[in-house]
Design a protein around this ligand. Structure first.
Ligand code: SF4
Length: 502
């Protein structure tokens, strides 16, 4: 256990992610200084009485012009330091960053660890760089800012600049400011993966509900197709869940509905996540082609059978190979594959083997995720069962994937991070030239308004003139979505009527 004692709880969310990044496997409890003193009056320095359970105690005092940090380790050794700060009200981000840098340096000394992204805990580091490039800041200025303000490593700054430049190039041809994209969510899957935190419900258990779900979706899509009349549709993404877990008849109905509801004249990409190989059939692949889908994803996550079994994917390696070949035979010329590094029990050798097998298939793009253990995932709720299976040396695995991409002509084109990622790393999308997923850039860099339909879907409205984003969400459960579909439509309607300048 790590105890963090704060004199001002308004900084909880700034302190916790940094401490968690240094101590990913240790539970953290944040307590208020005044509450602690009331609870333990005999312990005026704020250290916790039961030191046998306490790895370290971090005590942070926020003052008007300085922050003091005291760390006490389990042996009773004290480490004290402070930093002079700008005004916490007038220059709040700078005040927070000064505190975070001090905390980072003290924990880095204590653990002898460096974090590649320094104190940058947000999920979109390339968005920051993209905006700096747009504002005319040169690379030297970006290096200075990312390095000194956020303590990012040179390697990560290089990667961020490379990706942001590539994204700019790819979006150059697209009038994304006056266009919009759509996302349609199908929250059903053949089974639930161990690490899943998406809206996902068993297609078998919910089979009776699927047609009503499509009815509700039809209602929401019919409204959505007319609600941004002055904008051109740029990209369409059908995700989930696993859209291909629908039957061929249901998939045909849904794809037909999408094509007939929206004007596809300016659409640059129609992407469908055919994620789970066990949901793919020749008939469904042909339907995707018939309705003009031009990018699909078939996701192995790993090519190690024992890991697939462990994480509950419910399919075999040969099913992955067959699904991929079938897709090629059906004429799909832009196929992405997702892999995850850091899966339970995997080693760098497993990643090498996975990539060797994927190389034989030669997908057009590859997305490398670093395992993030989300609160709702079974991997977290059943954590005791998987404790001994922590993956070895995730940073080395990530480097293996980077070397593979470089050697096989896959270029990085988008990057994002998630909370609770193994070793505080990142996810990177790579693609062969011309095979990039535009929707991925638009959503990750928050460049374009995205209308989202279906259970758990979140619409994002981008106000370019104000550099501002607003979100409108739908309920997560398919049952609630069906019964409250009129309310879901009303939420969008109300938002749009209040924001005529969109
Ligand atoms: S296929 Fe994707 S959405 Fe479905 S359970 Fe697995 S991780 Fe979740």
């Amino acid at each position: 256990m790590i105890y963090i004692i704060l004199s001002d709880r308004a900084y909880d969310n700034d302190v916790r992610p940094i401490v968690k990044s240094f101590y990913p496997d240790v539970s953290i409890e944040i307590v208020d200084k005044s509450a602690l003193i009331a609870y333990q009056p005999s312990d005026p320095d704020g250290s916790i009485k039961d030191s046998s359970l306490t790895l370290i105690t971090i005590n942070i005092e926020f003052e008007k012009d300085r922050v003091n940090i005291k760390i006490k380790d389990s042996q009773g050794a004290d480490y004290n330091s402070f930093v002079h700060t700008p005004d916490p009200v007038k220059e709040r981000p700078a005040y927070k960053n000064a505190m975070k840098r001090l905390l980072y340096k003290m924990l880095s000394n204590l653990t002898e660890k460096e974090l590649p992204w320094g104190i940058l805990t947000g999920i979109r580091p390339t968005k920051l760089v993209y905006e700096m490039l747009e504002d005319g800041i040169d690379e030297e200025g970006i290096y200075r800012w990312m390095g000194q303000e956020y303590l990012c490593s040179e390697d990560r700054i290089n990667t961020s600049i490379l990706i942001a430049r590539r994204e700019m190039q790819l979006l150059k041809e697209l009038d994304y400011r006056s266009g919009y994209s759509i996302y349609i969510g199908i929250p059903f899957c053949p089974s639930t993966c161990l690490y899943c935190s998406f809206p996902s419900f068993s297609i078998e258990r919910y089979a009776d509900l699927v047609d009503s779900y499509l009815d509700a979706l039809e209602k929401e899509i019919s409204y959505g197709a007319s609600c941004l009349p002055n904008r051109k549709l740029s990209t369409v993404y059908l995700g989930g869940g696993t859209p291909t877990s629908l039957s061929a008849k249901q998939l045909d109905r849904l794809l037909g509905l999408i094509r007939e509801s929206f004007d596809f004249t300016h659409v640059r990409e129609f992407c469908v996540e055919a994620g789970r190989p066990d949901s793919i059939t020749k008939e469904k692949l042909d339907l995707l082609k018939k309705w003009g889908v031009d990018r699909i994803s078939i996701n192995p996550q790993t090519m190690q059978q024992r890991t697939l079994d462990l994480i509950g994917r419910g399919h075999t390696i040969s099913q992955i190979d067959q699904a991929f070949q079938m897709a090629r035979d059906s004429g799909h010329e832009n196929i992405n594959m997702d892999i995850i590094i850091g899966l339970p029990g995997e080693t760098p050798d497993d990643v090498i083997d996975t990539l060797d097998k994927i190389k034989l298939l030669n997908p057009d793009s590859l997305t490398v995720h670093t395992l993030a253990i989300k609160r709702a995932a079974r991997l977290n709720t059943e954590i005791e069962s998987y404790k001994g299976l922590r993956a070895e040396d995730v940073p080395k695995m990530l480097q293996i994937t980077k070397d593979f991409m470089r050697d096989n002509n896959y270029l990085p084109y988008y990057l994002y991070r998630q909370k609770n990622m193994a070793d505080n790393l990142e996810n990177i999308g790579y693609a062969k030239h011309g095979k990039e997923g535009l929707y991925n850039i638009l959503i990750m860099e928050e460049k374009q308004t995205i209308l989202a339909f279906g259970a758990g879907a979140m619409s994002k409205f981008v106000f370019h003139n104000r550099k501002h984003i607003e979100r409108v969400d739908n309920v997560k459960s398919p049952k609630d979505y069906i019964s409250r579909i009129d309310e879901m439509i009303r939420r969008k309607k109300d938002f749009l009527s209040k924001n005529p300048d969109l």
